[in-house]
Design a protein around this ligand. Structure first.
Ligand code: PLP
Length: 500
């Protein structure tokens, strides 16, 4: 399988190369030249397999310069009992006859980013060998809170790599911040920026297209790569769990082979839902993909009007991993629905850069609406949905998943659709325990308590086990103290990569 850039006819690239460089040198994103089809028979066979085996099959169809035994080895290591607290890895939880949650947060950092970032470093190490790379790979990561920790955990002490994470100093939860600034490992660097996720992502993307900087770091023994969802290596592992969820429900007898389902995806950078879209294109029976946003509802507006408009205020919400206005992976989606038309992409992306908005034609909008439904949830609505989900099903969800539940309710009201629906649960409620315990136990019972007291309270009140990785964070030494202005991000990265 060869890969093309969304912005040009950049020479076709093999999957290991794509994984290693992360983003195309023309600023575009890599996508597979063709989508790999999966038949209903194959989906049926998934029902008889475990998660690891399902993952190896999906990966093989896109990463064809890896052997099946290499991929088997990677998935066994990544999706193992020592890393994931649930043996099903990505279990599906049924709460009523037509509603399910796909729990993607049983990995080491308690958010769905582990699903890809436990695997990516293993694939990358093999890519370094396959591409005869002698330099170290420096992974640059911009994070809205969860990717950073998951990438640090995945890449810590991985030979031949150095990892640098840039996160917004304000706006993320205390648990998220401590997860990153206490990170151990000999190849890890963490930088807090006085700015938001978009500032961090813009700075990192600019570095990737800065040829002069690339030359300097190359001369100093590094090649740059990305662990953000701009890297195809992040997306392909995410395709697996959509097939896996379907196979689990099929196995339970709740659906017949070929019956369509909906997925609700709490979205920010559009990476998770894009993986669902690829699953759909590959043949997974999907009726609608429901794109759920918080008050940073640029995606909702875009799907409903065709106008992508950044001329709005950035809001800090209780679902910070979705506080994003520039959703990078939308570029891949638009490229796919328009039959790989890179001219259109170049036009829209340059308009976005120069005038802060672009408008797609009605044909594109129609293609988009065929598969996507989009809605958003206001802050109070999210808390209501968390409370209601607990009182109806005795099931505790985090703030991001709360956005999903709220938008799903709105979808059902608007459409009366009775298709069985899977809400993608993207984080453990413990990771955002202040808002979650406030919603469930009442604002008064959380007042003046810190997030670590609340971990215990939430665990006792709702009879849940605190994830291992979150328990003693407040007792760990702080190892990373750099805080910089957004204009200084490149400078801080230079200090690390151009030193010696
Ligand atoms: C990253 C993240 C999201 C958003 O996913 P995208 O792929 O960026 O759309 C949603 N919820 C949680 C908990 C996350 O960490």
């Amino acid at each position: 399988m060869d890969y093309v850039s969304t912005r040009s006819n950049y020479t076709l690239a093999a999957s290991s190369h794509v994984m290693k460089i992360g983003i195309a040198p023309d600023g575009g994103l890599f996508v597979p030249e063709k989508v790999a089809p999966v038949s209903l028979e194959q989906i049926k066979s998934f029902a008889g397999m475990g998660f690891q085996q399902r993952a190896a099959q999906i990966l093989k169809s896109y990463l064809d310069d890896y052997s099946l035994s290499e991929l088997d080895e990677c998935v066994k290591h990544a999706y193992s009992a020592s890393k994931f607290s649930n043996p099903a890895i990505a279990p599906v939880k049924k709460v009523k006859s037509d509603l399910y949650f796909l729990e993607l947060w049983h990995g080491p950092t308690s958010a769905f980013k582990d699903m890809a970032l436990q695997l990516l470093p293993l694939l990358l190490v093999k890519a370094i060998v396959k591409t005869n790379e002698v330099k170290k790979v420096a992974i640059l990561v911009a994070t809205s809170g969860d990717t950073g920790k998951a990438a640090l955990e995945g890449f810590k002490d991985v030979d031949g790599t150095e990892i640098i994470v840039v996160f917004p100093n304000d706006g993320i939860s205390e648990v998220q911040k401590l997860q990153m600034i206490t990170q151990q490992g000999n190849n890890v660097h963490v930088i807090a920026v006085k700015g938001n996720f978009d500032d961090a992502q813009n700075a990192i993307k600019a570095i990737f297209t800065d040829a002069q900087f690339a030359e300097q770091v190359n001369a100093n023994g590094y090649v740059l790569s990305s662990a953000n969802s701009i890297n195809w290596g992040r997306l392909v592992p995410q395709i697996t769990y959509y097939f896996s969820a379907y196979a689990d429900i099929l196995k339970s007898g709740d659906i017949r082979l070929g019956e369509k389902v909906n997925f609700v995806v709490p979205s920010g950078n559009f990476g998770n839902i894009l993986a669902a879209f690829y699953a759909y294109k590959m043949g997974l029976p999907i009726h609608k993909l429901i794109c759920a946003s918080n008050e940073n509802k640029v995606l909702t507006d875009f799907v409903n009007t065709g106008l992508y408009d950044l001329r709005r205020d950035f809001k800090v919400t209780i679902s910070p991993a979705m506080d994003i206005l520039i959703s990078s992976n939308l570029e891949r989606f638009l490229f796919e629905v328009n039959g790989h038309n890179s001219q259109l992409i170049c036009k829209w992306m340059s308009e976005l850069k120069s005038q802060k908005f672009y408008s797609v034609d009605s044909d594109t909008q129609a293609k988009m609406s065929k598969i996507l439904y989009a809605g958003f949830a206001a802050e109070g609505e999210v808390l209501d949905s968390i409370r209601e989900t607990y009182s109806k099903y005795k099931y505790v969800i985090d703030t991001h998943t709360g956005v999903g539940v709220n938008v799903y309710d709105k979808y059902v009201k608007a459409t009366n659709d009775t298709t069985k629906t899977i809400i993608v649960s993207t984080a453990s409620p413990f990771k955002f325990n202040k808002a979650v315990s406030g919603a469930i136990l009442g604002a008064d019972s959380v007042k003046s308590k810190d997030e670590f007291e609340l971990l215990k309270i939430l665990s006792q009140e709702c009879d849940l086990v605190i994830p291992e990785g979150l328990k003693d964070l407040d007792k760990m030494p702080i190892r990373h103290k750099t805080i910089c202005e957004k204009e200084q991000i490149k400078n801080e990265i230079s200090k690390i990569l151009l030193a010696r």
